[in-house]
Ligand binder design. Structure first.
Ligand SMILES: Nc1ncnc2c1ncn2[C@@H]1O[C@H](COP(=O)(O)OP(=O)(O)OP(=O)(O)O)[C@@H](O)[C@H]1O
Ligand SMILES: [Mg+2]
Length: 792
């Protein structure tokens, strides 16, 4: 026994030995308030992981007494696995570890009755919440052009994150005046109705998980005492992105033992738009007496070039804690800046570069990440990856669990678990079709509102609520539906989750409905249901291994409801390029990173350009993006891009100018006179006939084939800008576009001779439809086409 213990202790100590002195200090100083404030890639997350292992193994702290809050569920899972490896055995599974939302949901399930909620309350996702809000707006006969569902939803979300309840709202003249000034005087009424509706449905939305936890701990001192006593050690990763509610809850939980350790980087605070408050980290020292602050300055992730570039960029922000990040890693490659004609070209360039690196240097696809500012940018990238058969996965797209057929089955499950769930009810009451129409649903809703009960309550007691006024056949249809759900509920008491879910899929009529559709889409929908059932199976098997695991179907539902955007990838296969917004890339690292769309109005975003605070947040976002890279970074921008369905001229992002020039390698842009600079076929350039106009350095960023020209940045970026057709001037084509008219014969460098059939657009957007003698009809943007007028 003693030998065994000795072996295990040696093990944790061995791990700790690998840390640098500051990291080690941050791990072993377990008592009292601690803040680890450090730059990207300096081992903050690693310190947290080892600290927990140290607490468990060295200090013999029961994992049930350790609370660790992470930014995603995936991060929590990985951290648990690593701790499990260090300390051995299964104990790490008992840690309270997860996102704020998932940990608070767990607490709320235990304590739900105190707040008048059932313990099996449903968690509404954003779509459910918006539907409820839309119903409320409609029932109140408000103008939906004024009360836009999305903006009402975001107002309600911001109230909740600021811990303002409907009651408090309706007592605050300022808030009301504020909304009245924004032409939404009924905001408070909507908020109250929405909250009531959720309450009657036994449902909480995402923000409620924070708000109700806060209310619970404030209203019930015994509950607070219980959790204060339970969580003897509290740890928070990515502390710079906590919001006001999270901050207050953590603070009150830590109030008894005071063993709270937060780690973060003020330079990476990027969620202000969702209520995150950078002050939480800036004021930490003021909030806790005797706080010990550890600074980690050595970066282990990235090359000197990337660390240097990131430092030079973030220096431009005024508001930040003083830090000096350095690394012992090698210099590495310079950061490549690449300009392309259009967004399509940009995507081609990225795909081609990855393809070549994979072919020539055998770099696996999983080493690459593409980061973008807005989700919309993924489309062009995806197309270009598909064309080259490059496997990729997208983070944060439409989640598997958000697909219609999956949500439909889950709605039956929700209704089985919590029959008051109105959104689930509305979703499936007439799907598959059973002849229950909108008028019936309206009558039921009116009755539910009048009686202050759920729609299920009305439907399951139609005999009592005669006043609903349904005719006999409709009444029978509803009663059949109710009986079906009740039979599921009965089965739920004894059946295993997987069997229950399978039974529901069949008996609800859902599988039959889907199987009638023999189109590829229909077949894939049926497969998705199969996949959902598989994931239920997998979930229950995993839960059975955990001491306080919950292998029931409601446990599964909880897991699904709490997935965050970053947890959600299209699949888990490893050999793929990762695509995601920068916001989702937080905490991650990849050997090679492409940051695309480095253009003014896109990054920094248009909305962020009018205030210093917003601009600084954009700069931090860029800092986060750049510091994800371990070995190489590519920054690309296009001269033209389709946005909101229009072709827009773009200027390079100011952030490109802000990086110290010594870290940059400006890749002379590959320039081609037509949209689709790399050719419409987009085949690998290695197999393509080189175009005579192609700049020699541009076809392959891979150093193994061609050395790249390195140029001092600032000057050269300007030089390049001026030497190339500027996206903002009309006067660049060899032939002045105004000289060319319909009917003219013209010559194009690549397509040869042709005749102008049509002209459209004006100024920089002027285009010509040309019937070429050899290659058929093409529409070209005149400012790039460089047409030569020829006679005859
Ligand atoms: N002492 C060390 N020795 C070797 N590698 C280390 C050390 N500390 C951290 N690392 C490695 O450096 C990388 C960055 O560490 P980690 O992700 O913990 O940094 P971080 O500060 O949390 O970064 P971010 O700010 O991006 O969240 C990881 O690959 C980690 O394994
Ligand atoms: Mg981290």
């Amino acid at each position: 026994m003693s030998t065994l213990r000795l072996q295990k202790n040696t093990c944790v100590q061995d791990y700790i030995k690998q840390l640098n002195p500051s990291q080690r200090e941050a791990v072993v100083n377990t008592e009292g308030p601690v803040m680890v404030i450090a730059g990207a890639g300096s081992g903050k997350t690693r310190v947290l992981t080892y600290r927990i292992a140290y607490l468990m193994d060295e200090k013999k702290v029961d994992p049930f007494n350790i609370l660790s809050l992470t930014f995603t569920n995936k991060a929590a899972k990985e951290m648990k696995e690593r701790i499990g490896k260090i300390v051995g055995g299964n104990e790490a599974k008992n840690l309270w570890m997860g996102t704020f939302h998932s940990v608070f949901a767990k607490i709320l399930r235990f304590e739900a009755d105190k707040l008048g909620f059932p313990s099996n309350f449903t968690i509404y996702d954003a779509e459910d919440a918006r539907k409820v809000i839309a119903n409320v707006i409609k029932e109140k006969n408000l103008d939906k052009e004024v009360y836009k569902v999305k903006s009402v939803a975001s107002r309600i979300s911001s109230f909740k994150n600021a811990l303002i309840t409907p009651k408090e709202y309706l007592r605050s003249p300022e808030l009301q005046e504020n909304d009245a000034a924004a032409r939404m005087p009924m905001m408070g009424d909507i908020y109250r109705a929405y909250a009531e509706r959720c309450f009657r449905s036994g449902a909480m939305d995402f923000d409620d998980l924070l708000l109700y936890t806060f209310i619970l701990l404030r209203k019930f001192p015994d509950v607070l005492a219980k959790y204060q006593d339970r969580f003897r050690y509290i740890m928070v990763d990515e502390y710079q992105d906590t919001n006001h509610a999270q901050y207050l809850i953590v603070k009150s939980l830590a109030n008894r033992y005071g063993n709270i350790c937060v780690v973060g980087d003020d330079a990476q605070s990027i969620y202000a738009f969702r209520g995150a408050n950078i002050r939480n980290i800036l004021n930490y020292q003021r909030d806790y007496e005797d706080v010990r602050v550890f600074k980690l300055e050595q970066n282990y992730r990235s090359t000197k070039t990337i660390v240097g570039a990131a430092n030079s960029l973030i220096k431009k922000n005024k508001e930040q804690l003083d830090k000096n990040v350095w690394t012992d890693n090698s210099d590495g490659e310079q950061i490549v800046i690449n300009k392309t004609v259009s967004d399509t070209d940009e995507a081609s360039y990225v795909a081609r570069t990855i393809f070549e690196k994979n072919m020539q240097e055998h770099i696996p696809f999983s080493d690459f990440a593409i980061l973008y500012r807005t989700n919309a940018q993924s489309r062009a990238m995806e197309e270009s990856f598909r064309r080259r058969n490059i496997p990729y996965r997208i983070y944060g797209g439409l989640s598997f669990y958000q697909r219609k057929e999956v949500k439909d089955l889950l709605a039956y499950v929700r209704l089985t678990i919590n029959s008051n769930d109105e959104e689930a009810f509305r979703r499936v009451i007439n799907y598959p079709k059973r002849g229950i129409g909108d008028t019936t649903l309206e009558k039921i809703t009116v009755a539910a509102n009048a009686n202050g009960v759920s729609v299920w309550e009305i439907c399951s007691n139609l005999g009592y609520y005669q006043s609903v006024g349904l005719n006999k056949p409709t009444t029978v249809k509803i009663q059949d539906f109710v009986t079906k759900i009740q039979s599921f509920k009965a089965l739920a008491k004894e059946a295993e989750a997987f069997d229950l879910a399978t039974h529901i899929a069949k008996t609800s009529g859902l599988l039959r409905e889907l199987s009638q559709d023999k189109t590829p889409e229909g077949i894939s929908r049926t497969e998705n249901i199969q996949e959902l059932l598989n994931s239920v199976k997998e979930f229950t098997e995993n839960q059975k291994e955990i001491e306080d695991g919950n292998p029931s179907l409601s446990g599964f539902m909880e897991d699904v409801a709490l997935l965050t955007d970053s947890d959600n990838t299209t699949d888990e296969d490893n050999e793929k390029v990762s695509l995601m917004t920068i916001h989702l890339a937080k905490g991650l690292e990849f050997p090679i990173v492409f940051i695309v769309g480095m253009e003014e109005s896109l990054f920094p975003s248009m909305m962020a350009m009018s205030s210093r605070a917003d601009l600084e947040e954009e700069r931090r976002l860029f800092y986060v993006a750049l510091t994800r890279a371990e070995k190489e970074a590519y920054l690309t921008y296009a001269q033209m891009r389709y946005r909101w369905g229009k072709l827009i001229d773009c200027e390079p992002s100011r952030f490109l100018q802000e990086i110290d020039e010594s870290f940059l390698n400006i890749n002379t842009p590959d320039f081609s006179p037509f949209t689709g600079a790399y050719g419409d076929s987009d085949e690998p350039s290695a197999s393509r006939r080189p175009s005579p106009r192609r700049a020699p350095t541009s076809s392959a960023p891979s150093r193994s084939r061609q050395p790249q020209r390195t140029m001092p940045q600032r000057k050269n970026l300007r030089k390049i800008e001026s030497s190339l057709p500027s996206a903002n001037s009309d006067s660049v084509a060899d032939t002045n576009p105004s000289d060319i008219n319909v009917g003219d014969r013209v010559k194009h460098q690549r397509f040869g001779h042709g005749k102008i059939k049509e002209m459209e657009g004006a100024g920089p957007n002027k285009k010509a439809v040309i019937q070429f003698d050899n290659v058929g009809e093409k529409k070209l943007l005149l400012k790039f086409a460089k047409l030569e007028k020829v006679s005859g």
